[in-house]
Design a protein around this ligand. Structure first.
Ligand code: 4AD
Ligand code: MG
Length: 442
């Protein structure tokens, strides 16, 4: 197969004055009866194509001139340097349409359609999500997202972690029953998993250092800028590790993701409006640590109505993190605020040895993790204390009967990290087909 020529390579000056063939989609057009201008887009960028009737001939000229936005084509031309803002141009010599657009059903995403949409622009674009993906902003978000995934894999693999998969159909909750999705399962009830963690703990004595990136599911009824019902979860589990050590992994991972984005996606970050200096700071600075009690005092001093013992919801994290420069760890939450698997602090068992990492600028929690309750005796106490039926957790308890060891891990919300690092207003901006309580289509 002939090597495809990318528009970005042309714009970088690799083909000046040569004749090239490019493949792409019509982004915009304008012109007259003799000269036609089309901006062509491929996955790497855009280029203005200048089509003159006297050069391409009447038939090709009319064909291109009658083709609508988002028609796909193969076009040949000479690369011309210009001093205009849009960069180089293609002086077209020939072209053919590959996939045409029916004039009775033109590409629906237009300025006027967005303005006139009955349910508002946001809902309109969500309805047309399958087409919205090709817009310049979404393309950039998807590239940033891809680099975040690749940075997570390289981080763990460079540290010799093993990638490990857990089932998505499960019998019990990890993060509390209120956000469980129930699915009919051959006459029984099953649930969609909220987290890979419990099954990862089963493999901890086999692999010692393991990770995944997989979907997790939460029946979140409220629609907020940081909640999805299906989100991508990067989780890790390590044998013999303390809360402190797990936090160090989390900090290094988030810094590694930030620096990878600076290396690979500076242009995209700037194009979506992110201040690169801020992202560089997330890559370079260390992340402060504070205890839950201290956070409650700060919130109370700001006049926030919060009581000791509550988990911090978004409204509170937003206020707390508004003035942070970099992510901060919050540790030692009250036991009553967290699920049974969190290990009680041996120094004061009102608290658990856990951490949440809160991103700055009001973004809030991006990581939740900590040490696990690892002895049989303590896990039974914690499960009973919580009033959780033991049945679904028999396997989990059993793991602790055969050479239990201290261990821990964390889960990082990949979509949340993408939203924060790209500066998106809403988590749905960074995932191709966002799922929330009101939408499973398209
Ligand atoms: O804090 P969470 O609930 O912790 C766990 O699930 C642990 N079992 C993880 C572990 O230790 N292996 O979730 C972890 C992270 C959150 O910090 C957040 O970033 C993300 O997952 N998250 C969500 N992201 C988008 N939409 C939702 N509804 C999310 N719920 C959690
Ligand atoms: Mg959490």
């Amino acid at each position: 197969m002939a090597k495809q020529i990318w528009i970005s390579d042309i714009q970088d000056g690799n083909y000046d004055d040569s004749e090239v063939e490019i493949k792409g989609w019509i982004h915009r057009f304008r012109g007259s009866k003799k000269i036609w201008f089309m901006v062509i887009r491929d996955s790497t960028g855009t280029i203005q194509c200048v089509i003159k009737k006297e050069i391409v001939g009447e038939d090709v000229f009319n064909l291109l001139r009658n083709s609508l936005t988002e028609s796909s084509l193969v076009i040949k031309g000479i690369v011309i340097q210009t001093d205009r803002e849009h960069g180089r141009e293609l002086q077209v010599t020939s072209g053919k349409i590959i996939g045409s657009v029916n004039p009775e059903k033109p590409y629906p995403i237009t300025e006027s359609a967005m303005e006139e949409a009955e349910g508002g622009e946001t809902e309109f674009l969500l309805d047309k999500r399958h087409l919205y993906l090709r817009t310049s902003r979404m393309t950039k978000m998807l590239k940033i997202r891809s680099s975040v995934f690749s940075a997570i894999h390289s981080f763990f693999r460079d540290l010799d972690f093993i990638e490990y998969q857990a089932p998505n159909f499960v019998a019990g909750a990890v993060e509390g029953g209120s956000t469980l999705f129930e699915v009919p399962y051959f006459g029984r009830k099953a649930y969609l998993t909220q987290s890979w963690q419990l099954y990862a703990e089963a493999a901890m004595p086999a692999l010692e250092r393991l990770y995944t990136i997989a979907p997790s599911f939460r029946a979140e009824k409220s629609r907020t800028r940081r909640h999805l019902t299906e989100f991508w979860h990067a989780e890790m589990e390590v044998a013999w590790a303390s809360n402190e050590e797990i936090m160090n992994y989390g900090e290094k991972l988030v810094r590694h993701i930030s620096s990878s984005l600076i290396d690979e996606r500076s242009a995209e970050l700037e194009a979506v409006g992110r201040d690169l200096d801020k992202v560089s700071k997330f890559a370079d600075m260390t992340f402060p640590r504070m205890k839950y009690d201290e956070a409650i005092e700060i919130l109370q001093s700001k006049g926030v109505d919060v009581e000791w013992g509550q988990d911090l919801d978004y409204s509170k994290e937003k206020i707390l993190t508004q003035d942070f420069e970099v992510p901060n760890f919050l540790t030692h939450y009250p036991k009553i605020a967290k699920p049974f698997y969190h290990r009680a602090d041996p120094d004061d068992d009102k608290y658990v040895l856990c951490h949440d990492l809160l991103a700055p600028e009001g973004y809030g929690e991006i990581i939740g993790g900590g040490e696990r309750t690892w002895t049989e005796k303590e896990i039974l106490e914690r499960i009973d204390e919580e009033g959780t039926p033991r049945d679904a957790y028999e396997f989990y308890i059993d793991i602790r009967r055969y050479g239990g060891v201290p261990h821990g891990g964390f889960g990082l919300g990949v979509d949340r990290v993408c939203a924060w690092l790209s500066g998106a207003d809403h988590i749905r901006e960074v995932i191709p087909f966002p799922r929330d309580s009101r939408r499973v289509t398209p």
